[in-house]
Design a protein around this ligand. Structure first.
Ligand SMILES: Cc1ncc(COP(=O)(O)O)c(C=O)c1O
Length: 396
């Protein structure tokens, strides 16, 4: 039996059937490449679902974790530790809110949004406006914010008060948000919904509406944050500052950390005993996150993401392949819209050819490689893509 087949068999007998059964078992990673249990390598355009900002086994992350675990691994949030303080200050600074905001660390994107949801309730208002197709996580509060009825249905009743409006439609927001609205929850680009980019003025309209009604503007940067779209945060492309920012995925470079950032007085709404997490923001994950931030800054990765993202997007557009309807997104969060619902078979063909690509919607592929993707690696995919697109009718 091959190593991958053995992994599949063991998965079936030991893991809950929550994710489907994987066909690949990965044993090693380096940069943008992963190696499976049979020794085959793949170019990674998934990044552990937009997580591995610096790729796999980046020396800066490895060294930061190794050093930190040897010095101080975990103390809980009953105590302060230097890495956590440093990371909170750095994030506020990057968000343009140095000295005027506060951070709550947690372990995931869903948890960051749970915290933001609780903060919204602490305003004393109940109503929350979120978007259709939006994704904010799978815990019960985050699921209530997630605008995908099929994911919600089996778990109803969910926390009340959430209204969903069409994404990218400022007029729909305007008609839903009023002076009883606690918060507007938005992704700057809808990631899980297929990399859906709103009109340029959308975030600005949401900001203006929040100011007018006293609602909080919560921007979910779990997928778009930490350089993924070519700026530290995607909201910076719209020239606004939210009241609350939620983060996870890329922040820890593969280690589990989430953050809920309250800007201004919003940062003071949570009080002792109202929320908590044992592990959230422990010294090891904070050290990894600091290594990610340092490396992005030192290696000029924001400009790199803009450049290599444009090369990838323009290269795919230039193919003028009949199956490609459009290439959308920003930086290295790209969606390839297809003219037919064949993304799963294209992704399967890609996998056979040594590329990991997520078929995010039936008619859309998502490309979210590590931010360190090189131009030659982007070109490699562009060169091979026509054959992969054309082979979509082959059986796996
Ligand atoms: C925008 C957004 N918010 C929240 C989440 C949930 O994050 P997690 O899976 O870490 O709970 C995701 C995950 O894909 C996401 O894309």
């Amino acid at each position: 039996m091959t190593g991958n087949a053995a992994g599949t068999q063991r998965w079936q007998s030991s893991m809950m059937d929550n994710y489907g059964t994987p066909k690949l078992t990965f044993t090693r990673g380096s940069g943008c490449e992963l190696t499976d249990a049979d020794g085959r390598t793949y170019l990674d355009f998934v990044s552990g679902i937009a997580v591995n900002a610096l790729g796999h086994a980046h020396p800066a992350v490895v060294e930061a974790v190794r050093h930190q675990i040897g010095e101080l691994g975990h103390v809980s949030n009953l105590y302060a530790h230097p890495r956590g303080l440093e990371l909170a200050e750095r994030l506020l600074d990057l968000a343009g809110a140095a000295g005027r905001g506060r951070v709550l660390f947690c372990n995931s994107g869903a948890e960051a949004n749970e915290a933001a949801f609780k903060i919204a309730r602490l305003t004393g208002r109940l109503k929350v406006v979120a978007t259709e197709g939006g994704f904010h996580g799978r815990t019960m509060g985050a699921l209530a914010l997630t605008g995908q009825p099929a994911k919600q249905k089996p778990f109803e009743p969910l926390p009340p008060g959430v209204v969903h409006v069409p994404y990218g439609d400022a007029a729909a927001l305007e008609s839903a948000v009023d002076t009883e609205t606690a918060a507007i929850f938005l992704e700057p680009v809808q990631g899980e919904n297929g990399v859906v980019v709103p009109p340029p003025d959308y975030l600005r309209a949401a900001r203006e509406l929040a100011d007018r009604t006293g609602a909080l503007l919560v921007v979910d940067e779990v997928q778009t944050g930490i350089g993924r779209t070519g700026t530290w945060f995607a909201f910076q492309r719209a020239g606004i500052v939210p009241d609350v920012i939620t983060l996870a995925k890329g922040l820890g470079g593969g280690l589990p950390i989430g953050a809920c950032i309250g800007i201004g007085a919003v940062g003071d709404l949570l009080h002792p005993g109202q929320h908590g997490t044992t592990f959230g923001g422990n010294p090891v994950v904070c050290a990894a996150a600091l290594a990610v931030l340092d490396t992005i800054a030192a290696d000029g990765l924001l400009a790199h993401v803009e450049q290599v993202g444009a090369e990838l997007a323009d290269g795919i557009r230039a193919l003028e392949h009949p199956l490609v309807a459009e290439v959308r997104g920003a930086g290295l969060l790209l969606g390839v819209g297809l003219t037919a619902p064949v993304s799963a078979s294209v992704a399967a063909a890609a996998q056979r050819a040594g590329y990991l690509i997520n078929p995010i919607q039936p008619d859309a592929l998502r490309l979210c490689p590590p931010l360190v993707l090189r131009s030659d690696q982007a070109r490699r995919l562009v060169t091979d893509l026509p054959a992969l697109l054309s082979s979509h009718e082959e059986k796996p």
